[in-house]
Design a protein. Structure first.
Length: 289
C-alpha cells in the first residue's frame, strides 16, 4: 500500500457529516495521510462565518482521525470585504485561491481577462505576511505573471494540468511550470479528464504520462496529486480511478515507465509533505489529546 497526499479535495462542502466519517475512515484504510480540504465558495452564499464552521468541523475530524492530517484551504475568496481579512487570517487556512474561473474584485480567473487588482494586491500582501499561501490555481495568465512579481513565497498551485499536453485555459504552460519549480514551489496534478485528454478515454496510464512529462522536463521534486475529488463529476474521472484506493494504479504505471520506488513515493506523498513542512504549514508533532 502506498502513502497518499492530496493538495485539493472538495469533499467538505459536498457530503454530509455522516458521509464524511465513512469517507475518511476509508481514506485511512487505503493509505491517505494528508488532504488539503477545499471550501468551495463560488456561486454559493458561504461567508466567513460559514468557513469558520467548516474549520471547527475539520478540527473535530482531525481529533477523530489521528492518522490523517486534514488542512483547511479556501477556493475563491472573491467574496471578502476589507473587514473580513482579519477574520480570514484568524482561521489559518494553508492557502486561498483569489478567484475561481471568472474575474472578480481580486483577480482574473482562467476564463476571464482581468489581472490582479489593487485590492487583490493588498490581500496577497496581508495573507503572505501571515504565512498563508495564495494558491495560483484558476488564475489566468495575466494574474499568474503579475502574482509572480508580487509574491515573496514559493509559487503554489494546488490543482492544474499541462497546457502542452492538453490545450485548456485552466492548464499551465511550460514557462509557468518552470517558474513554480524555480521558486521551489509545488504543483498538484488533477485527474480531471477535460484537463488531461479525451473525455471518457483517460485512465491511470494517461495520468502517469502527465507525471512522466513533468519529471523528464523539470525533475520530480515539485509535483504530486491535487486530485479535485468531489470537484469533478464522476463521469469525468479516469476510467479506472474513482477513489483514493485506485491511485495505486498510477504508481504501477509509473513503475512500468521505469521510475524507482523513491521517486514514486515522492510523487504520491513525500513531495507535498516536504513542501508543507519546509514552509511551516504543518507540524506532525501537534497533539489532539
Amino acid at each position: 500500500m502506498i502513502n497518499i497526499a492530496d493538495s485539493h479535495n472538495d469533499f467538505m462542502t459536498k457530503i454530509t457529516a455522516k458521509e464524511k466519517d465513512c469517507y475518511l475512515s476509508q481514506c485511512q484504510k487505503v493509505g491517505v495521510k494528508i488532504i488539503s480540504c477545499a471550501i468551495f465558495t463560488t456561486n454559493s452564499k458561504l461567508n466567513i462565518s460559514d468557513i469558520s464552521n467548516f474549520n471547527n468541523e475539520l478540527t473535530t475530524l482531525n481529533k477523530k482521525f489521528k492518522d490523517l492530517t486534514l488542512l483547511l484551504s479556501i477556493e475563491d475568496i472573491g467574496f471578502i470585504k476589507e473587514s473580513d481579512i482579519k477574520k480570514l487570517i484568524k482561521l489559518r487556512p494553508i492557502c486561498c485561491t483569489l478567484t475561481w474561473n471568472f474575474d472578480n474584485q481580486l483577480a482574473g480567473g482562467a476564463l476571464g481577462g482581468k489581472s490582479i487588482t489593487k485590492f487583490g494586491e493588498e490581500v496577497i500582501h496581508r495573507l503572505e505576511n501571515e504565512n498563508i499561501f495564495v494558491d495560483t490555481a484558476h488564475m489566468n495568465k495575466k494574474s499568474f505573471w503579475k502574482f509572480c512579481k508580487l509574491t515573496k513565497k514559493p509559487i503554489y498551485n494546488s490543482h492544474s494540468n499541462i497546457y502542452d499536453l492538453k490545450r485548456h485555459k485552466r492548464n499551465l504552460t511550460d514557462k509557468q511550470i518552470e517558474m513554480i519549480v524555480k521558486s521551489k514551489g509545488y504543483l498538484g496534478l488533477t485527474i480531471y479528464d477535460k484537463f488531461v485528454g479525451k473525455e471518457g478515454k483517460v485512465d491511470s496510464k494517461t495520468i502517469a504520462l502527465q507525471f512522466d512529462y513533468l519529471i523528464k522536463k523539470f525533475g520530480y521534486k515539485n509535483f504530486g496529486f491535487g486530485t479535485d475529488f468531489y470537484g469533478i463529476d464522476t463521469n469525468n474521472l479516469p476510467k479506472d480511478i474513482k477513489s483514493y484506493e485506485e491511485i495505486e494504479k498510477i504508481a504501477r504505471e509509473l513503475k512500468k515507465l521505469g521510475y524507482s520506488e523513491k521517486i514514486i513515493e515522492c510523487i504520491t506523498y513525500k513531495n507535498y509533505e516536504d513542501f508543507l513542512k519546509r514552509n511551516n504549514l504543518i507540524s506532525f508533532e501537534v497533539s489532539y489529546d
